[in-house]
Design a protein around this ligand. Structure first.
Ligand code: ADP
Ligand code: ASP
Ligand code: MG
Length: 790
């Protein structure tokens, strides 16, 4: 049953998404998925689709290349096994012939030709979808009404909204309780005389919003070939990152200044009804993409995006007569506007003798002539000169938080200057959400990269993102704060998350009252935490001070998103060997470090020592030791005079054990450390291969063992060993002279036997405790700061 035009979503697919038969099949899959989800909803049971012309088709139509267009659609129709759109193609052939014959490529004629792109693609997509679910092609020219400004028409919203509502309320389809999926042409419209108009290049995004808002959908979705709006065009900047959330204003400004992933006008209808616009990747539908809503992300980011528009001309109107003469600027702008040229940028030259404006190349003649005419007398007397420079680009940095943040213009200038790029004009937009500069077209790419580096890749200070503020996390912050006040550590904490709350700030969190900031932060959402952190520039370290397996599972994604990782959490390193090696190769590919020294022996340099020995060509023959502080304490104090269980109770009271001492006695934690060390020596081992003696046993067992040991002048130790590919831990008798015998308190000991160290290298000391563990984590962070990968 059709629910009377109640559409949950409008899904606009761009030219890249419908560029071939294979891609159209992929689009159908996405639409059918969406339909299934929508049909589960109580009210809005449908989805509506808007399509662009197939990739490259609009350009070819405007070049009057009929053959290309015909071949492309016939091939796609054949592959999709749908009827060839012969009627449309025949009509198109006639139109193109006519234009060529008359030599009339007026904007009006070109709009008619261009309209075939969307009409053809909507027919193909609808025919294919119709094989799976009920679907019809809808020609938007009958619904979207505009003025007669061909190629860039302005929408008459009153008529358009009325038409759309009426059309879709009458669209009753009742075959097998299906909901019809309309496949609407984007980009095209008609004027009051019924002549075909278009909304400007890239305008089908705008169509998506126009239909979405008229139909009252919950979300306008723009499906394209990038993972949302990124910090720069990913084709220009390899390290560009997705912006998870931007405001309507930011999105408008980014799009206006060249982020062509979405047409700027898209935001205008959406903003009025406060409907979110979602930018999604057709080729990576699982990626969350970018959501455009009323407010910018609270990520403390100042600059969000660097983009550029090509094909600009810079016009300088200068001369002594302009200085201080009131009304001059007004005359310039009136002349240009009457010539119907759109001023993209106005720059205030420092001299005040010059008015500087940027217009599109194809409007430059008009603009220059209009200005010359307006200042005819002054020009003749040589008092005013009008200069024009073509092949210019406007490069812009955009961000809501630029408002009221001083120093951005300076950074833009410095970054471009350092890259030896000549800036011929610079302007801060009226909204203060952007700073734009005019550069030579040839310098555009270098300018974008230089600015992206400045605002997103600046490796000045290492940015730390901490998850987990328990004993170790809290201690770590305390130690960092202490160091920051006395040393120039060159690092700052830009994000802290605990189980309940999280707080991010690119400027850095004041560690004197971090607790207050976190408490006032937002509800913890780790994906959001990571996404917002990932967008910040510079070298970033993710510090995991939890014992969470869920967070450990995120390490591969974190590395891909550009984070180094430092952690005392053992969970990742005991996952399957496949995951273990996969992460290692990801780290190599993305040139990121992973420091986990605190996994074994807390602050003791066990893992780093093994790494160093191996790097120097040594071979590890055997590692033997006492890896558990709790078990160390128990057997250092067990003399057989007291019951073993009493000793355990005492240790628990002193806080030496886990809340449930069975966890220590089971040996599980020793097993994990064994596996981590074994893997460190190159063994492709799994946790299940570790052989552990479980010490959850009756007192009589321990009484018997200690008696035997004493008789041999030995002591009892829970000894863990890695040797010959085997990992095992059990209660052993250790003779007095052995390095494992002379232990006190809750110390750990590691005896490393190697090709060079036949007498073992022994590392002994406190193997647990918040202070030593946090210090080991801080040491890992500082090693990254110093560019050490191990
Ligand atoms: P569609 O065919 O879906 O309309 P477009 O080619 O119009 O796609 O827009 C998508 C392209 O926009 C991307 O492939 C990307 O190269 C480019 N682009 C430019 N700036 C950005 C940006 N800031 N974020 C993402 N993509 C961008
Ligand atoms: N097909 C049109 C163009 O290429 C509209 C669009 O793709 O959004 O400009
Ligand atoms: Mg587009």
């Amino acid at each position: 049953m059709n629910k009377g035009g109640k559409f949950a979503r409008i899904m606009k697919f761009g030219g890249s998404s419908v560029g071939s038969a294979e891609r159209i099949r992929n689009v159908a899959k996405i639409v059918l998925d969406a339909l299934r989800q929508a049909q589960g909803k109580p009210t809005k049971g449908g989805v509506a689709v808007v399509v662009s012309a197939m990739q490259g088709v609009t350009d070819k139509l405007l070049a009057l290349d009929f053959d290309f267009v015909k071949e492309k659609h016939l091939a796609a129709a054949k592959e999709l096994k749908v009827p060839a759109p012969m009627e449309l193609l025949n009509e198109l052939e006639l139109v193109i012939k006519g234009i060529k014959l008359l030599g009339d490529a007026s904007p009006m004629a070109l709009d008619l030709v261009a309209s075939f792109g969307e009409r053809l693609s909507s027919q193909l997509v609808a025919s294919y979808l119709n094989k799976k679910t009920l679907s019809i092609a809808v020609d938007s020219r009958e619904l979207v009404k505009t003025d007669s400004n061909f190629q860039n028409a302005a929408v008459d919203f009153t008529a358009t909204n009325r038409n759309i509502k009426k059309f879709f309320s009458k669209l009753v389809v009742s075959r097998q309780s299906s909901v019809v999926v309309p496949v609407i042409t984007g980009f095209i419209s008609s004027d009051s005389a019924g002549k075909t108009t278009t909304l400007g290049r890239g305008g089908s995004d705008y169509s998506g919003a126009i239909f979405g808002v008229a139909l009252g959908v919950d979300v306008v979705e723009i499906w394209t070939d990038a993972d949302g709006i990124m910090t720069a065009d990913p084709r220009i900047v390899k390290s560009a990152a997705t912006l998870p959330q931007v405001s309507y204003e930011e999105a408008f400004e980014m799009a206006y200044f060249g982020a062509k992933v979405v047409h700027p006008a898209t935001m205008l209808p959406a903003i009025k009804k406060n409907i979110p616009v979602l930018i999604k990747n057709t080729f990576n539908p699982k990626h969350p993409g970018t959501v455009i809503i009323g407010s910018a992300a609270k990520d403390g980011k100042i600059v969000k995006n660097v983009s550029a528009i090509d094909g600009m001309s810079l016009i300088n109107v200068g001369g002594t007569d302009l200085a201080g003469v009131p009304g001059t600027a007004e005359r310039v702008f009136r002349a240009v506007s009457e010539a119907k040229a759109n001023v993209v940028l106005i720059a205030q030259a420092s001299s005040e003798h010059t008015i500087c404006l940027a217009v599109r190349n194809f409007e430059a003649d008009r603009a220059v002539n209009a200005i010359k005419k307006e200042f005819e007398n002054e020009v003749r007397r040589g008092k005013v000169a009008v200069e024009r420079r073509d092949s210019q680009s406007i490069v812009a940095v955009v961000g809501d938080n630029m408002r009221g943040t001083p120093g951005i213009v300076g950074r833009v200038f410095a970054a471009l200057g350092a890259a030896k790029i000549n800036v011929s004009a610079i302007a801060q937009g009226g909204s203060e959400r952007n700073i734009s500069c005019v550069v030579n077209e040839g310098d555009k790419t270098a300018a974008i990269r230089a600015l992206h580096r400045e605002f997103f890749e600046n490796v000045g200070e290492l940015k730390i993102f901490l998850v987990g503020t328990g004993v170790v996390g809290g201690e770590l912050l305390k130690q960092i704060n202490l160091q920051l006040t006395t040393n120039d550590l060159q690092l700052k904490i830009c994000g802290i998350a605990d189980v309940e709350k999280m707080y991010l700030s690119e400027k850095g969190i004041d560690l004197r009252n971090w607790k207050k900031s976190v408490r006032a932060g937002e509800k913890t959402d780790l994906s959001k935490f990571i996404a917002e952190a990932a967008v910040m520039g510079g070298e970033k370290v993710f510090v995991d001070c939890t014992a969470s397996e869920k967070i450990a599972k995120m390490y591969p994604q974190l590395v891909k998103s550009g984070f180094h990782i430092v952690t005392p959490n053992k969970k990742f390193n005991v996952s399957s060997h496949k995951e273990y090696t996969n992460l290692r190769s990801l780290l190599a590919t993305h040139q990121k470090s992973f420091h986990y020294d605190a996994n074994v022996g807390a602050g003791l340099p066990v893992i780093s020592t093994i790494k160093n020995l191996l790097a120097a060509g040594d071979q590890i023959k055997k590692i033997e030791g006492v890896f558990s502080g709790t078990l160390s304490y128990l057997f250092n104090n067990f003399d057989g005079k007291r019951k073993f269980s009493d000793l355990v109770a005492q240790a628990k009271a002193l806080g030496y054990t886990e809340p449930d001492p069975k966890e220590d006695l089971s040996g599980q934690d020793v097993g994990r450390k064994l596996l981590i060390l074994a893997r460190e020596t190159g063994l492709p081992a799994e946790l299940a291969e570790v052989k552990l003696e479980n010490l959850v046993k009756p007192d009589s067992y321990f009484a018997g063992r200690i008696k035997k040991a004493k008789a041999k002048k030995s002591v009892l130790r829970y000894v863990a060993t890695v040797q010959n590919g085997r990992m095992a831990a059990s209660l052993k008798e250790v003779p007095m002279g052995n390095p494992l015998a002379s232990l006190s308190g809750a110390d750990n000991v590691f005896a490393i036997y190697t090709k060079y160290y036949k007498n073992p290298l022994v590392i002994r000391g406190a193997g647990a405790g918040a202070e030593v563990t946090a210090a080991a984590v801080l040491n890992g962070i500082l090693r990254i700061k110093n560019g050490k990968t191990n």
